[in-house]
Design a protein around this ligand. Structure first.
Ligand SMILES: Cc1cc2nc3c(=O)[nH]c(=O)nc-3n(C[C@H](O)[C@H](O)[C@H](O)COP(=O)(O)OP(=O)(O)OC[C@H]3O[C@@H](n4cnc5c(N)ncnc54)[C@H](O)[C@@H]3O)c2cc1C
Length: 420
């Protein structure tokens, strides 16, 4: 039975997460927004220690609370993550993306790796120093059209190594995953590449590229509109050689060019991570609504709940509509993570939650700036920053348009080639 309540284990951590958001995120939000590419080491080190101490390990489902569940207890790994991410993003969505742990890279390993690979690649997140992992799909040629990616992986049969060549752009945490910072354990990037460019999506496979691999270089850090504390890197792979068993999944299936199992792995990664991006959007939207109501109160405007709509002021109606949108979107997030925890197909709900959350956070932050007028536009408050931070939720992990397309395909029963 789907449960909309906050899991007890998270309720217990709520105080810690709120304390982190209040004391380690909000006070430095503006600083890191204005000092793009500076790394918040205090936050990273604190979160690593705190997550280890609390048993959460990292922000990845099997690394986190799920592993601690007893067999007869319900699975709540993704649900837990959704609550945690919402709370951290309430503090600062960009800094949440700088929380050490597996991120998208670990999610890809989780979705596509064998048990041995999960152990091998994910154990670094339990070490003394924090570590990061990233996922690189997008290329200069293509992002939404993932089947068209051009990075190649060729098997060198003499050395039994994969040789990767190509360019990846807009990789979240790509720098922290690959650059040898002394404060960090070496990380990795899951690079999606084709083993047969003529095969389209059937040729695409995920490869783990470890930090320090010769031929792998971070070539650029993006300057962005929002979430500026989170690094977004361009990566070039030039004859980068990796061991044969760094191809994620069972090698027999994964090297058979006739199946599209590798590509399905990309899709199942997104089904797991899209609701978590939606949860982050919900944190920004909730923060915005709370600050908006506080600012309105200071201006002498309090929302009179319970009045007939016709008797309300326009501002009251606007705020109540925003709160309704937020709740609708959050319910979709909860359903998508619940399905993921039950190991039930969630492609439809994951994309629906992403469409709705991206739209709702964009509308709420825009409306809040508008309602507060010059105060909304001023850098004295975080509203204008959250307005900028919000938009990414409509872009990464599939744009609003692409997720709408996925919803339509799921409902109509069409596959990618029939509805594009
Ligand atoms: C801050 C940031 C972080 C990111 N992090 C990562 C990351 O960690 N890993 C990663 O791999 N990528 C990442 N991305 C890339 C992101 O996922 C892509 O930018 C996104 O998927 C869009 O792809 P694109 O850039 O090729 O744009 P395009 O696909 O060219 O899209 C441009 C516009 O066309 C629309 N469009 C495209 N195709 C269709 C269609 N069939 N029907 C209707 N409309 C369509 C899109 O919705 C969009 O509005 C990140 C991007 C940003 C900005």
């Amino acid at each position: 039975m789907i449960d909309f309540e906050m899991p007890e284990v998270i309720a217990k951590q709520q105080y810690l997460l709120k304390t982190v958001a209040d004391n380690m995120m909000r006070p430095v939000s503006r600083y890191y927004d204005e000092h793009e590419h500076e790394i918040p080491w205090d936050y990273i080190e604190f979160m690593h220690t705190a997550m280890k101490a609390s048993g959460a390990g990292s922000l990845a489902p099997s690394e986190g609370g799920e592993k601690k569940e007893k067999k007869d207890r319900p699975r709540i790994g993704y649900q837990m993550l959704a609550f945690m991410i919402e709370m951290l993003s309430w503090g600062d969505a960009g800094m949440y993306l700088v929380t050490p742990g597996g991120g998208l890279g670990a999610a890809a390993v989780e979705a596509t790796g064998t048990p041995e690979q999960k152990r091998r690649f994910l154990e670094r997140f339990k070490k003394e120093k924090p570590a990061f992992a990233a996922m690189a799909m997008t290329e200069p040629c293509c992002g939404s059209d993932t089947a068209a990616i051009r990075t190649t992986a060729v098997l060198d049969k003499e050395t039994n190594e994969w040789v990767l060549n190509g360019e990846k752009i807009f990789v979240t945490a790509g720098d922290k995953s690959l650059t040898p910072y002394e404060q960090l354990e070496p990380g990795f990037v899951v690079v999606w590449a084709t083993i047969d460019p003529k095969a389209g999506r059937a040729g695409i496979r995920p490869f783990v590229v470890e930090a320090g691999t010769p031929g792998v270089k971070v070539t650029k850090l993006e300057h962005k509109m929002g979430i500026r504390v989170s690094d977004t890197a361009a990566i070039v792979l030039q004859n980068a050689r990796i061991p044969f068993d760094n191809i994620l999944g069972s090698p027999e299936v994964i090297t058979d060019k006739k199946t599209s199992k590798g590509f399905k792995g990309a899709m199942s990664t997104f089904n797991a991570t899209r609701p978590l991006v939606s949860a982050s959007a919900m944190g920004v939207a909730r923060a915005t609504l709370e600050l908006l109501k506080e600012m309105l109160k200071q201006e002498g405007v309090e929302i009179r709940y319970g009045l007939p709509r016709a008797k309300m002021t326009n501002i009251e109606r606007e705020v109540i509509d925003m709160e309704t949108m937020l709740r609708e979107a959050w319910l979709l997030v909860l359903k998508a993570v619940w399905l993921a925890d039950q190991r039930q197909p969630n492609a439809l709900t994951a994309s629906m939650s992403k469409v709705k959350a991206g739209e709702v956070v964009t509308k709420i932050t825009q409306k809040a700036v508008e309602l507060m007028g010059p105060l909304g536009y001023s850098r004295d408050f975080l509203l204008e920053k959250w307005f900028r931070d919000a938009k990414i939720n409509d872009i990464f992990e599939g744009t609003g348009q692409i997720n709408r397309l996925i919803v339509a395909r799921q409902i109509l029963g069409f596959h990618g080639a029939q509805l594009r």
